[in-house]
Design a protein around this ligand. Structure first.
Ligand code: AR6
Length: 185
């Protein structure tokens, strides 16, 4: 690795936005849902997105007949300010020795594979698995941010990736983690 700053790397970080807010109000080509394996709704982001999207989203999800943990599926977005919802099924945290980190990284990879396949320009994420599923945010943030930076480097047509954090504390963890990833070691 060279010590010289890379213009590609800086343009990837310019296209990555971290914000505190409610995902259901963010405009993007796709909003990522923190779904469960049934894809039939639940609490947290899942409940909020389904409420805001209306019954059409549930009808589309029903047709998919579920999604394994660590994978993602795409549907329309109903009444949400987006074209698509990408449903990612995160891992439940069981102490960290059960492949949780790999499963979470795979969720992000699968979301970006769908972003690429549908030629999307923007995608907004919540912090997958760090709510009901109990994945520690300090562990999840570097996995999420590495995946986002790597997709931005790879996909020139991707104009914006937004991480929407629900609390100031979560946003601070993401900011700190991104600074650490940007600082050459
Ligand atoms: N906008 C942005 N972030 C939010 C919002 C929102 N409207 N609401 C919650 N968060 P979670 P998980 C944050 O629980 O851990 C569901 O029941 C929240 O504070 O939505 O992957 C599903 O059906 C946390 O930081 O997702 C599954 O059964 C993060 O989003 C299960 O929960 C993720 O929290 C999935 O659990």
């Amino acid at each position: 690795m060279s010590d010289a700053p890379s213009s590609d790397a800086s343009s990837s970080t310019d296209r990555l936005v971290l914000m505190r807010g409610d995902l259901t109000t963010v405009a993007a080509d796709a909003l990522v849902n923190t779904a469960n394996a049934s894809l039939m709704g639940g609490g947290g982001v899942d409940g909020a997105l389904h409420r805001a999207a209306g019954p059409r989203l549930r009808a589309e999800c029903r047709k998919l007949r579920g999604c394994p943990m660590g994978e993602a599926r795409i549907t329309g977005a109903g009444l949400l300010p987006a074209r698509y919802v990408i449903h990612a099924v995160g891992p439940m945290w069981r102490g960290g020795q059960h492949g949780e980190r790999e499963l979470l990284a795979n969720c992000y990879r699968q979301v970006f594979a769908l972003v690429e396949a549908h030629d999307l320009r923007s995608v907004a994420f919540p912090s997958i698995a760090t709510g009901v599923y109990g994945f520690p945010i300090e562990e999840a943030a570097p996995i999420a941010l590495r995946a986002m930076l790597s997709a931005l480097e790879r996909l020139a047509s991707l104009e914006r990736v937004t991480a929407v954090l629900f609390s100031d504390a979560d946003l601070a963890v993401y900011r700190r983690t991104l600074d650490a990833l940007r600082t050459p070691s």
